[in-house]
Write a protein of this length. Structure first.
Ligand SMILES: Cc1ncc(COP(=O)(O)O)c(C=O)c1O
Length: 392
């Protein structure tokens, strides 16, 4: 596994960096700036404010949101972060920042379903085109690149099937063709993987997952080292399309981030224990988790990640829908619900309710179960799975 050399640095970023108590009457907790505008003594100051980088209007910038953005940028080894009202708003901004009508997007097949849907929306309604491939085979990727390919959309590890792709290899192919790369890094959080180090151009987090971590915030953020992309993400897309993160949400996320490293590691402990338990259970056909030696891309996991998150996919050894539903409904500690990365463990069947025609190759896995391990403790989670498996 990649050595987590940044731990000490990350812990200081999470606890102190960019908080600047001397600016806020010595408060170690930065205030939530509950204002939508800033006022100026002179009109000349107001008019030159944008050029001077001053805060003017909440959609363009807010001091609390700014602290969050600077913390995330530092954690991701990036220069710039721009926060949005949701992960989906962040993805949409990234596509609009990198692409224009006539461009072609390559999207990983196993990316979160709404991400595939959004790429499809741009392809069908806004004059772009899209190809969906696993992105595992670099030759296939090379063959799929077109003269007008502007963006490759990745999610690695992908949140249900835990597919891991070669970030450096993909970034090299993209750059050779003049295209940009984007990754959804929500599964890893910046603790487990820093994709900019491998040449990826834009890193997105749904703040609603590990970074927010308490099931109380919706938000998203994109980080980049590319000045031109940053200009598009902030000055053009967030300013003109909107979708800015609320100041209260930013404050809640900053508070949550104090414990990000500990939460991710606890989730990792639980995820590894649950994956190991299920992997040897006779009623389980397949477990998808990066900690298992059977994961086909251990080489990339060792190169790219400093650990494992607590979200995994499981296929029970049955093709009977009612049996899988009974298993899910019998769980008591894992509750049925959307999302993941929070304190409470959750179960859902992410493909079960999707329209059959949207699933394509994924149709064969329609009964896959997704388990998100929270902080109830590995023993409690394993015991819960044991009693639910005994009922089917
Ligand atoms: C992997 C992944 N990426 C992105 C999103 C979208 O983020 P948000 O819900 O913050 O818009 C989700 C939502 O569940 C997700 O699971």
């Amino acid at each position: 596994m990649l050595e987590y050399k940044d731990r000490n640095r990350d812990l200081l970023i999470l606890q102190h960096e960019h908080d600047e108590p001397n600016k806020y009457l010595g408060s170690p907790v930065p205030p939530v700036f509950m204002n939508s505008i800033h006022v100026f003594d002179k009109l000349e100051q107001f008019e030159s404010s944008e050029k001077d980088g001053a805060f003017v209007y909440g959609r363009n910038g807010n001091p609390t949101v700014d602290i969050l953005e600077r913390k995330i940028a530092s954690l991701e080894h990036g220069k710039y972060s721009v926060a949005y009202s949701s992960g989906m708003a962040a993805l949409t901004a990234a596509i609009m920042a990198a692409c224009k009508a006539g461009d072609h997007i390559i999207c990983m097949t196993e990316a979160y379903s709404s991400i595939r849907d959004t790429v499809n929306l741009f392809a069908t309604r806004f004059g772009m085109s899209a190809s969906y491939i696993t992105c595992s085979d670099l030759q296939e990727l090379e063959d799929t690149m077109q003269d007008n390919t502007a963006l490759i959309v990745l999610e690695s590890p992908a949140s249900t099937f835990l597919r891991v792709v070669d970030l450096e290899g993909i970034a090299n192919i993209a750059h050779k063709h003049g295209a940009k790369t984007y990754i959804d890094n929500s599964w890893s959080s910046p603790i487990l993987q820093k994709p900019l180090d491998f040449g990826i151009d834009m890193v997105m987090h749904s703040l609603s997952k590990y970074i927010g971590g308490h099931s109380d915030v919706i938000g998203g953020v994109v980080t980049t080292n590319d000045k031109e992309l940053h200009h598009m993400l902030l000055d053009i897309i967030r300013d003109q399309v909107g979708g800015c993160l609320g100041h209260m949400e930013a404050w809640l996320v900053i508070r949550s981030m104090r414990t990000l490293e500990m939460r991710v590691r606890e989730s990792e402990r639980a995820g590894i224990a649950v994956a190991k338990y299920l992997d040897s259970h006779p009623k389980v056909r397949k477990v998808y988790h990066t900690s298992l030696p059977t994961h086909p891309r251990q080489d990339l996991i060792q190169k790219q990640q400093t650990g494992h998150a607590g979200l995994l996919g499981v296929t029970l050894d049955t093709d009977d829908e009612q049996t899988v539903l009974k298993f899910c409904n019998s769980l008591e500690v894992f509750r049925r619900g959307a999302a993941w990365g929070s304190f409470g463990s959750l179960v859902q069947m992410p493909l079960h309710h999707l329209p059959i025609e949207s699933l394509g190759d994924l149709l064969k896995d329609r009964l896959i179960v997704r388990l998100a391990c929270g902080f109830e403790g590995a023993d409690n989670l394993v015991a819960d799975l044991e009693q639910a498996l005994a009922k089917i």
